[in-house]
Every structure is written in structure tokens, then in C-alpha cells.
Design a protein around this ligand. Structure first.
Ligand SMILES: [Zn+2]
Length: 234
């Protein structure tokens, strides 16, 4: 036999346990969503960096093409001048300029070929990476949808649990309820049995006074060590 108020407190405690568990589950969902969103941001940044790499190479190629164009104009100018000069040293000086410019163009063209190969490689790398990353992102987005569904379901369950808690509180006498609330804020479960003379909450031996009080059915006894509401079980 236990005090009637205690029987009701145990029903309340049971429902509070369910409510607390749901509250804890609901609480972590936004954190889980944020961590998946962070993964998506990382994947997107990787795509962006591959894209930027390919773009930088295109810019490099354009600038080499411009340089080659300028050198070729110079070369054409020297050749025209060479045809109209009469003096041999002037002719040779222009011939030297032509050779130097041709060598410059050769170097620039080699660089351009190198950049073009790098562009092909970067494009392939980018499209391969993009395919994988897009699949990953799709997976992350599905996970977020699941988490949002979970949040909705848990919130509905929590609301239900809260109204069940409110129902369970109604028939409990005010002093018992106040004691339970005070204890359960710091120690949950607030109501525990005494087994082998030890409190089921703090596992310390209760005093003989508490022990005899816990056998009574007309009042609630509390552990002299941790303050939990106790009843005599064996
Ligand atoms: Zn205790």
C-alpha cells in the first residue's frame, strides 16, 4: 500500500518522463538540420571552387591570346618596314627584331597549349565533381526533409504528452503537487522506492525515521539525503 497521492504522482511522473524525452528529441532536431545544412554549404563551396579554377584558366587563355595578337601585329609591322629599308644595318636590325618576336610568339603559344590542356582537365574534374556533389546534396536535402517531418511528428506527440500531463495533475492535492514540482526540477524521477533501506534515487541509506515514515500510507515521506519522495518497497 502507498499513499493515494503517491499513486497519482507516479502516473504524473510517468507522463512527465515521456514529455521530457519528447522535449529532448524535439530540441536536437534543429541542430541536426543545421549540421546537414553545413554539409550542403561545404559541397556547394567545393563546386564553386572547381568552377572558379576553370574560369581562372579561361581568363589566362584570353590574356595569352591578346599577347599573341599584339606580338603578331608587331611582327607584321617589322616585316613591312623591312621591305622598305635600304640600309643593310637597318635591315639586319629589323631581322633581329623579327626573330625575337617570333621566339616570343612561340613561347606564348606553348603556354597557351599548356593552359588549354589544363582547361580540359579542369572541366572534366569539375563535371565529375559536380555530378558526385549534386548527388550528395540531393541526399542531404532528403535528410533535411525527413528531419522536418520528424520535428512535426515529435511536436504533435509532445503536445499530446503535455495535455496528458495536465490531466494527470488535476486530481493531485496541491501540497503533494508542489512538493513533486520542487523535487522534480532538480531530481528526476522525483518519486523513488526504498529498497534494502536505500533510496532508489541517491542510493544512500535513509534514516530510520524516514524508513518508518515511508511505510505510512497517510502522508508522503522524503529521503533525508536527496529530498526525493520515497515509498517503502521492501
Ligand atoms: Zn535519496
Amino acid at each position: 500500500m502507498m499513499p493515494p497521492a503517491l499513486e497519482k504522482l507516479l502516473i504524473l511522473q510517468d507522463r512527465d518522463a515521456k514529455r521530457l524525452s519528447l522535449e529532448a528529441q524535439v530540441k536536437v532536431v534543429p541542430r541536426d538540420i543545421a549540421s546537414v545544412e553545413q554539409k550542403i554549404a561545404t559541397e556547394k563551396a567545393a563546386i564553386e571552387s572547381a568552377r572558379a579554377e576553370a574560369k581562372a584558366l579561361e581568363v589566362k587563355k584570353k590574356s595569352l591570346e591578346t599577347e599573341i595578337g599584339i606580338a603578331e601585329e608587331k611582327l607584321a609591322k617589322y616585316r613591312t618596314q623591312q621591305m622598305s629599308v635600304r640600309k643593310n644595318d637597318e635591315y639586319q636590325a629589323l631581322g633581329h627584331e623579327i626573330e625575337t618576336t617570333q621566339a616570343t610568339i612561340g613561347t606564348l603559344e606553348e603556354q597557351e597549349i599548356g593552359v588549354m590542356i589544363a582547361i580540359d582537365e579542369a572541366k572534366k574534374k569539375f563535371s565529375d565533381a559536380e555530378k558526385v556533389l549534386k548527388e550528395n546534396i540531393a541526399g542531404h536535402e532528403a535528410r533535411i526533409r525527413n528531419l522536418r517531418d520528424r520535428e512535426t511528428n515529435l511536436t504533435a506527440e509532445l503536445n499530446q504528452a503535455m495535455s496528458e500531463v495536465a490531466e494527470a495533475r488535476k486530481p493531485i492535492p496541491e501540497p503533494a503537487l508542489r512538493l513533486y514540482d520542487r523535487v522534480s526540477v532538480r531530481s528526476f524521477p522525483a518519486c523513488v522506492p526504498i529498497r534494502s533501506g536505500k533510496c532508489g534515487g541517491c542510493h544512500l541509506k535513509v534514516s530510520s525515521e524516514v524508513e518508518s515514515e515511508s511505510r505510512k500510507t497517510d502522508k508522503l515521506a522524503t529521503c533525508d539525503q536527496c529530498g526525493r519522495i520515497v515509498w517503502w518497497e521492501m
